[in-house]
Write a protein that binds this ligand. Structure first.
Ligand SMILES: Cc1cc2nc3c(=O)[nH]c(=O)nc-3n(C[C@H](O)[C@H](O)[C@H](O)COP(=O)(O)OP(=O)(O)OC[C@H]3O[C@@H](n4cnc5c(N)ncnc54)[C@H](O)[C@@H]3O)c2cc1C
Length: 308
C-alpha cells in the first residue's frame, strides 16, 4: 500500500468509499472520461478537511464531482483526488418555507420533495440532472427560473480547509455564473427561501417542463446538456443551427440534430472528438456571426484541442 493509500484509509475508514484508477466515464452523463487516480466518497466535514489537508501536504489536485452532468473529462483522466459528496452532504431539512440542503443533494429530487410539502420556487430544476452544490456554482436555471431567485446563503469549504458562510451578495450571482466559479470553493450546504404553493399546480408545471424537454432535447444519447452559454441577447443553439452545423461530426461526437447546442455521444466518442467538434463549432460561428461562444460545459484534464 502506497503512503497516500495508507493516509486515505486513515481518513476514510470504509475502504469501499475509496476507488483507485476509477474510469470517470462511469460517472459522467456524457459517458466519456479516463481514470481518476482516486475517487473518494466523502461523508462528512471532518473527512473533507482531512482530505484537503492530505491533498495540500502531498501536492495532489482536488476535483469535486457532482452528478457529472456538466462535465467533459479528458481521455487521460485526472491525477489527484476526485471527491464525491455523500452522507451528511446529502441531507435535506425543511422548516416552514426555508430549506437547508446539502451540496450533494440531487436538484430534481429537491424539486419533488418540496412540491409534496407545498413549497414552490425550485420547480424549474425538476429536470436539471445535477446536484445542488454544482448548480449553485453556475447558478443553474431553466424555464425562466434560476437558483439566484431562491438561494439566501451558502456554506463553502475552501481548498485550505476554511469554512465560510456566504450571503447572496458574496455569492455574486450572474447568468450561469457566480463569483465561486474558478475558485477552490466546495459548496457543502445551501439555504433557500421558498414560498407556499399548491402541490397540484407545482406538479402540473413540472410535468410541462419535462414534456418540453422530451420534445426539444436529445435525451436518447449521452450528453452534458448545453455545451455553450447563450451569448447576450441570443441563443447559442440558434447560431449553431444557422451556421449549418446540426449533425456535424468528429468521430462519434455529433452536434445534435434535435438541439444544436447539445453534442451527443453516438457510442464511442472520446473527449478529443468532443473538444475538436467544440472548436469547430466555435470558430465557424465566430466567422459567420462575429460572436465568440463561451463553453458552459466544464472541462477536466489534458486539453490541447479547445481553449476555454
Ligand atoms: C440532459 C441535460 C439537461 C440539462 N439541463 C440543464 C438546464 O436546464 N439548466 C442548467 O443550468 N443546466 C442543465 N444541465 C447541466 C447540468 O445538469 C447542470 O450544470 C448541473 O448544475 C451540474 O451539476 P452536477 O452535479 O452534475 O455537476 P458536475 O457535472 O459533476 O460538475 C460540474 C462542475 O461543478 C463542480 N462542482 C460539483 N459539485 C460541486 C460542489 N459541491 N461545490 C463546488 N463545485 C462543485 C465540479 O467540480 C465541476 O466543475 C443539463 C445537463 C444535462 C445532461
Amino acid at each position: 500500500m502506497s503512503p497516500i493509500d495508507a493516509r486515505l484509509r486513515s481518513i476514510i475508514r470504509d475502504p469501499g468509499r475509496i476507488r483507485r484508477d476509477e474510469p470517470l466515464k462511469r460517472h459522467t452523463t456524457f459517458r466519456i472520461g479516463g481514470p481518476a487516480d482516486y475517487l473518494v466518497q466523502v461523508a462528512n466535514r471532518q473527512e473533507l478537511s482531512g482530505l484537503l489537508r492530505l491533498a495540500g501536504e502531498e501536492g495532489l489536485p482536488v476535483y469535486i464531482l457532482g452528478n457529472g452532468s456538466n462535465l467533459l473529462v479528458s481521455d487521460e483522466g485526472v491525477r489527484g483526488l476526485v471527491l464525491s459528496l455523500t452522507g451528511e452532504f446529502g441531507r435535506l431539512a425543511v422548516e416552514g418555507s426555508t430549506v437547508r440542503v446539502g451540496g450533494g443533494y440531487n436538484l430534481p429530487k429537491l424539486a419533488y420533495e418540496v412540491q409534496k410539502r407545498g413549497l414552490g420556487g425550485i420547480e424549474f430544476a425538476c429536470a436539471i440532472p445535477g446536484t445542488v452544490g454544482a448548480g449553485l456554482v453556475i447558478n443553474a436555471g431553466a424555464h425562466g427560473g434560476d437558483l439566484s431567485q431562491v438561494v439566501t446563503e451558502a456554506t463553502v469549504v475552501w481548498g485550505d480547509g476554511r469554512e465560510q458562510r456566504l450571503t447572496r451578495d458574496e455569492i455574486g450571482f450572474g447568468y450561469r455564473s457566480t463569483r465561486l466559479q474558478g475558485t477552490s470553493a466546495i459548496v457543502v450546504e445551501v439555504v433557500m427561501a421558498l414560498h407556499p404553493a399548491d402541490p397540484a399546480e407545482l406538479q402540473g408545471a413540472m410535468r410541462q417542463h419535462l414534456e418540453r424537454r422530451r420534445a426539444t432535447q436529445p435525451l436518447g444519447h449521452p450528453n452534458a446538456g448545453s455545451i455553450f452559454k447563450n451569448p447576450p441577447g441570443d441563443y447559442a443553439g440558434r447560431l449553431i443551427e444557422l451556421a449549418g452545423l446540426k449533425g456535424a461530426r468528429v468521430g462519434d461526437a455529433q452536434v445534435s440534430e434535435k438541439h444544436a447546442n447539445f453534442i451527443v455521444n453516438l457510442g464511442q466518442a472520446t473527449a478529443k472528438d468532443v473538444l475538436m467538434l467544440m472548436d469547430r463549432v466555435r470558430s465557424t460561428v465566430e466567422q459567420r456571426f462575429g460572436v465568440r461562444l463561451e463553453a458552459e460545459v466544464k472541462i477536466w484534464g489534458h486539453n490541447p484541442y479547445f481553449q476555454p
